[in-house]
Write a protein that binds this ligand. Sequence first.
Ligand SMILES: O=C(CO)COP(=O)(O)O
Length: 253
Amino acid sequence: MRKKVIAGNWKMNKLLNEAEGFITDVKTQVPSYDQVESVVVAPFTHLHTLVQKAAGSDVKIGAQNMHFEESGAFTGEVSPEMLKDIGVDYVVLGHSERRELFAETDESVNKKTHAAFKHSLVPIVCVGETDEQRENNQANEIVEEQVKRALTGLTEEQVKQVILAYEPIWAIGTGKTATAEDANAMCAHIRSVVKEFASEAAAESIRIQYGGSVKPANVEELLAQSDIDGALVGGASLEANSFLALVEAGKHE
Ligand SMILES: O=C(CO)COP(=O)(O)O
């Protein structure tokens, strides 16, 4: 059985003292890491402090982006090695906001995915279609292309460890969630793409999250679907109680 992974993507929110307070509130209450992976994906400026604050607990810390190069003349960028050096475990790559607002491409996402493995970071790779693409019946094809391009050149073992996050762009921050059936249909499609692209074993192991207006009220139905292995949550991950309700829903006995 695939272990569920619930990740709270804070985006550009919270000052450091608020972020520290959040970890204090959740760290003794999250279920054990064996039952569900709980990840807080925070802004760069908070990562070092949060890793220390969460040390010894079952909360893991992730970054929202990184560069693929190890070091050099890349003003304003943060390298994979820098993240690993301070104890970060996960990194979100190719979020639609970065694709749309900061020129992230399938090619850079692929390079970053390779770089994540080089530095033992778990990549959470985001894919998803726009409203218009869904209207035009292109959603499957668009997502398939994003998945294949992100995974290009990885070994089968690496593919198994990737976390893919299916986030339809029209559902992000809009309160419009995909129905559990539609979300599951796309996650199942992604799994079949991975099977064809890598192997059946990789498709069975890879975790596929759904993201887009997930909240405590709808998370259980989403997580009950056969091909949804977790959630990547924005707005509803900002409050400790709400985050705890989300991870509780991902717990297996
Ligand atoms: O983009 C998201 C998570 O990465 C989803 O955001 P919301 O949960 O606020 O819709």
